[in-house]
Design a protein. Structure first.
Length: 65
């Protein structure tokens, strides 16, 4: 299974290079450091990170340029 571990590490590195946050790292941290507190779902996590990165709310512009 070593090749699988290498593939996972390469995928994680590629996601970080383009700014895609890692849900598994977030979930593991929440469970270890904040036991008993809720962990966002994968969809909630990505929505929150996207809003944090690009802004959100009623004044948000719906495009990047």
């Amino acid at each position: 299974m070593r090749w699988r571990d290498g593939l996972k590490a390469a995928a994680r590195a590629a996601r970080l290079m383009v700014g895609v946050p890692d849900y598994e790292v977030y979930a593991a941290h929440r469970r270890a450091a904040h036991p008993g507190e809720p962990v966002m779902s994968r969809a909630e996590f990505h929505r929150e990170r996207t809003e944090r990165r690009y802004g959100g709310g009623p004044d948000r512009i719906g495009r990047c340029c």
